[in-house]
Design a binder for this molecule. Structure first.
Ligand SMILES: [Zn+2]
Length: 447
């Protein structure tokens, strides 16, 4: 099975791609102007930030960058597109021939380009009496389109690809996918020779379902000796099936022409000047190698928060990685919403507690209590006389049980009963090392 994706994601600019209308609005049709409504005589001008974000995505995906780009008009008639063409990039995408490594498997990236979003059509009312409403707030919102090679081999892998990619891009350019339905994907899938395109699927869950349905449908047809025809289908979310799309559209039907109102842009220098930060999955890979921890563990760290990964790296410079994992992916990760806000102030203290535990100066229970106390989740006895406290308890016990001292003369293991008692009494306030030393010392005094 071969699956290729065309993924559309919104770029996080404040204003639209070709006008200065804000990208956020409360009321329908409140963020519009002659340009994004396509009035005659209006002229677009390119949002530099959107271009920059697009270039970052293309560079991140290791694309070969074009030096010069221009825009094209993709002509079609639909009510969500008042000027009857969408400004996109056809012959000159930002970058081509890139790749992304998904869990060790290379996924080819054919092209990355930017384009404007059309408006949004909302159908309301009962079936049969539906009314279509159009909201042009979305018209002109900047999108980046990423087209992959058909390198994915299952619907689950396709979903995983988009999941990871959006995590990376959220960090890289701040693309925020709050609503997974806002990810729009055209999917190409072939089980046999001929490929079928399922157009305009919203959301990852729907994409996976549409691909699974299509994989089964094609496999059944092949089994029955039927031929799969190359076609465009759509996904019916309610019936959970793919259906032939009514109109057949091929690229040549769109009658692309160069957009005369926008010029050519030399982007070589701008693309080369972009500095890419280390993204979450790049970091997970490095941490796994550098600290010899499992890759799944490293991913868990970065996916919780890059701040947790920062804390991990710092802790690892003081204690063995498995100790850092024990605490950071244990109590700290489970209470991350409480720990993250105090990091600025208490980072050093957190690391000190883990170090004390790692060195055997305190035990796990004590370490846990001290950590949780920092976020107000546990009480810690602040007695500075902790050391003396054990001594008192040991001697009280020995006073009551003189036979232990007697037995100890012939069998030092007799001390174990005192140690066990102390561990119980102190409820983990002291490390076992500390207790053992104290017990032996006090018994020796009486022997
Ligand atoms: Zn506008």
């Amino acid at each position: 099975m071969k699956i290729g994706l065309e993924i559309h994601l919104q770029l996080p600019t404040k204003s639209k791609l070709f006008c200065s209308c804000p990208t956020t609005a409360d009321q329908p049709n409140s963020s519009v102007c002659p340009t994004c409504l396509g009035f005659p005589g209006s002229r677009p001008s390119l949002n530099r930030k959107a271009l920059e974000y697009g270039l970052m995505v293309a560079r991140f995906l290791d694309c070969h960058m074009n030096q010069k780009i221009w825009f094209s008009r993709k002509t079609y008639f639909y009510p969500d597109l008042p000027k009857h063409f969408q400004i996109t990039q056809y012959e000159s995408p930002l970058g081509v021939d890139g790749h992304y490594d998904l869990n060790g498997k290379r996924i080819g990236i054919w092209r990355v380009h930017i384009e404007e979003d059309p408006g949004r059509i909302r159908r309301v009312g009962r079936s049969g009496e539906e009314v279509s409403l159009i909201d042009y707030n979305r018209s002109g919102i900047p999108l980046v389109e990423i087209v992959t090679a058909p390198d994915m081999s299952s619907p689950a892998e396709a979903r995983e690809f988009i999941n990871q990619l959006t995590t990376e891009l959220r960090y890289l350019v701040g693309i925020s996918v709050q609503d997974e339905q806002s990810i729009r994907v055209d999917c190409n899938i072939s089980v046999g020779e001929e490929r079928v395109e399922v157009k305009n699927v919203s959301g990852l869950r729907n994409m996976e379902k549409a691909l699974s349905y299509e994989a089964t449908r094609q496999a059944k047809m092949l089994e029955a000796g039927k031929k799969i025809v190359r076609e465009t289908r759509r996904y019916d979310e309610e019936r959970k099936v793919t259906l032939p799309a009514r109109e057949k559209e091929f690229e040549e039907d769109y009658g692309y022409i160069g957009e005369p109102d926008l010029g050519e842009y030399e982007i070589g220098a701008m693309a080369a000047a972009i500095k890419l930060p280390e993204t979450p999955f790049m970091r997970a890979e490095r941490l796994a190698k550098q600290c010899s921890i499992p890759e799944a563990t490293a991913k868990q760290l970065v996916l919780t928060s890059m701040n947790l990964a920062d804390l991990f790296e710092e802790t690892c410079s003081k204690v063995p990685p498995e100790k850092a994992v024990q605490w950071l992916l244990g109590p700290i990760n489970s209470n991350w919403s409480k720990f993250e806000p105090i990091l600025g102030e208490k980072k050093g203290e957190i690391i000190d507690v883990i170090k004390a535990d790692s060195d055997g100066r305190i035990n796990d229970n004590e370490a846990k209590m001290r950590l949780l106390a920092m976020v107000g989740m546990a009480e810690v006895s602040t007695s500075d006389e902790g050391g003396r406290d054990i001594e008192v308890l040991v001697n009280q016990f020995l006073d009551k049980h003189p036979e232990v001292v007697k037995d100890y003369r012939t069998n030092p293991k007799a001390a174990n009963s005192v140690i066990g008692h102390l561990m119980k009494e102190t409820k983990g306030r002291h490390s076992s090392k500390e207790i053992v030393e104290c017990v032996n010392r006090e018994i020796e005094k009486r022997v």
